[in-house]
Design a protein around this ligand. Structure first.
Ligand code: TPP
Length: 549
């Protein structure tokens, strides 16, 4: 006989869970008790949004569901920020929510929410376990749903009284992963399309990749001399210094690359949904009938033909699809080899940072310093803001799993994601990029990094404004500044008050030494980079945007 709380923890252990994030609540004390001496590491967070984002980041970096536990009502609604990210980004995650007792349901009891109604839009499945004997069934299904097809978040709610019931239940076993392979006829058809093509291109995106899959797709691109683009915030899927790399198909795309995508005659989308950001607001491919011959590879049939009608639809996970590509014989010299080389040259020019700009601190040389001094396996995290452009355009990603950033453009993600990444890979450098706006959304999780001894480095780009919105505002309503300026704390003092290391950079040349000191401190650190608000994009100042020049 075991309690519901014990059965939950046993089911997690059976599924290989090593860590969870949480904010505690009285609604799930029995689970907290079962976690005591369970061997599962519990990261206690300061706000459920950050806790859920940590779980998302674990799911993103491992492919296995990240686990988060929160209390009912306010805990769950706070956590919904992380749920939405995991949903839009196709990340496996399971959110456990303490729920009011079964005998009180539907009375709007203290903090009661009907989660099936509230979260169905953000989750692949929302379930409530009202019988402790069914815990193995629900948890197994949660893992299967979160990881299969297009991965996503699952919410399981746990009535408080169910968790203390003593019951007999089946011993927990690990879930079975569902794989989806391409058919041999589909691979042969792809081979025929490639034979006919003159301007083919690969675009990689989505999830369900692995180190091996990245190696497989690289080998395929090399054999066929194909140019490869990476979808928005999925740049870690292809080595940016590889001669076949064509660039980031994301926000502010290289215009030359956008032209190539539009003019391609064969587009092979692997894992990407080609949603609003990578498609330049749905302008790169015609809807529903793209001009390009479209091969769309995606692990969920519902996405195939949803927006773009593909000429060849392949329902397969990227891992399984790229493995099957070895069956295609290597062509003699493909006619497009020169075009691939030209596209890579264009990428190299596009990703070379400008060395001038307004103000005494220049982000271009700072990015250059980072490129020269940060190891290839360093993990970059960020949330949303114009500061992120510097990373996305000028950091040359070299390896798989070196990025944890939301395609949903959610501010406040970078810091909790960095905490999670460092916990997972303590031997790797983890660098969080944040704006002053973005950082303050989950800045309290800096204490979580301090508490667990996770020396992340935060590059906090402080321009004193909600820069992205100011940029749009100046373009649409020139000179009418409304709700986009900020008053900030002293971020160096903030870092120190939390027990971390703080640095202030007011001149470009101070960045390198500040970074080295942050590294050497062995503590979580914040490097506040004081950026002139005029330096709003790598190409244009705020004044130029205001005047429409
Ligand atoms: C959670 C959330 N709230 C609001 C927005 C809208 N938004 C996008 S970027 C941005 C400003 C970001 O400011 P900051 O982090 O200071 O970076 P900057 O653009 O100044 O570089 C805002 C408010 C968002 N994307 N996410």
């Amino acid at each position: 006989m075991k309690t519901g709380g014990q059965l939950i923890v046993e089911a997690l252990k059976a599924n290989g869970v090593k860590r969870i994030s949480c904010v505690p609540g009285e609604s799930y004390l029995a689970v907290l008790d079962a976690l005591y001496e369970s061997g599962i590491e519990v990261l206690v967070c300061r706000q459920e949004g950050g806790a859920a984002m940590m779980a998302d980041s674990w799911g993103r970096l491992t492919g296995e569901p990240g686990i988060c536990m929160v209390t009912r009502g306010p805990g769950a609604t706070n956590a919904s920020a992380g749920l939405h990210i995991a949903h839009q980004d196709s990340i496996p995650m399971i959110l456990f929510v303490g729920q009011v007792g079964r005998d009180m349901r539907e009375r709007e009891a203290f903090q009661e929410v009907e989660y099936r109604r509230a979260f169905t839009e953000f989750a692949k499945w929302v379930g409530e376990i009202d019988d402790a004997r069914r815990i193995p069934e629900f948890v197994t299904r949660a893992f299967a749903v979160a990881t299969s097809g297009r991965p996503g978040p699952v919410v399981l709610t746990l009535p408080e009284d169910m968790l203390v019931d003593m019951v007999e239940a089946a011993d927990a076993r690990p879930y079975t992963r569902v794989e989806s392979h391409p058919g041999t006829t589909q691979i042969a058809e792809l081979g025929r399309l490639l034979e006919k093509a003159e301007r083919p291109m690969l675009i990689l995106g989505g999830t369900r990749w692995s180190e091996q899959a990245v190696a497989d797709v690289t080998a395929f691109a090399e054999r066929f001399k194909l140019p490869v683009g990476c979808s928005f915030r999925r740049q870690m899927l292809f080595d940016h210094l590889h001669p076949n790399y064509a660039g980031d198909v994301g926000i502010g795309i290289n215009p030359a690359l956008a032209r190539e995508v539009k003019e391609a005659d064969l587009l092979i989308l692997i894992g990407s949904r080609m949603s609003e950001m990578p498609s330049s607001s749905y302008t790169l491919l015609d809807i529903p009938y793209p001009k390009q011959t479209l091969v769309h590879v995606f692990p969920d049939p519902e996405e195939l033909g949803r927006i773009y009608r593909p000429d060849l639809a392949i329902c397969a996970a990227p891992t399984e699809f790229v493995e099957a590509l070895s069956a295609l014989p290597t062509p003699d010299a493909p006619a497009w080899a020169d075009r691939t080389a030209t596209m890579h040259d264009s990428y190299l020019t596009w990703s070379t940072p400008p060395l001038t700009g307004p103000g005494p601190v220049l982000m271009g040389p700072i990015m250059q310093w980072i490129e020269e001094n940060v190891p290839d396996d360093a993990i970059f995290t960020n949330g949303a803001g114009n500061y992120a452009t510097w990373v996305h355009r000028f950091h040359r990603f070299r390896r798989y799993n070196t990025q944890s950033a939301p395609t949903s453009g959610s501010m406040g993600y970078g810091l909790p994601a960095a905490v999670a990444a460092k916990q997972l890979f303590p031997e790797r450098e983890v660098i969080c990029f944040a704006g002053d706006g973005c950082f303050m959304m989950h800045g309290q999780e800096f204490i979580t990094a301090v508490r667990y001894g996770l020396p992340i480095i935060t590059v906090l780009v402080n321009n004193g404004i909600y820069g992205t919105i100011r940029m749009h505002q100046e373009r649409e309503y020139p000179g009418r500044v409304s709700a986009t300026d900020l008053v900030n704390p002293d971020f160096v003092a903030y870092a120190k008050a939390f027990g971390g290391h703080g640095e202030l950079v007011e001149r470009t040349e101070d960045f390198g030494p500040a970074f080295e000191r942050a590294r050497a401190s062995g503590k979580p650190s914040i490097i506040e980079v004081k950026l002139d608000p005029e330096a709003i994009t790598p190409a244009k100042t705020l004044a130029q945007i205001r005047s429409g020049s």
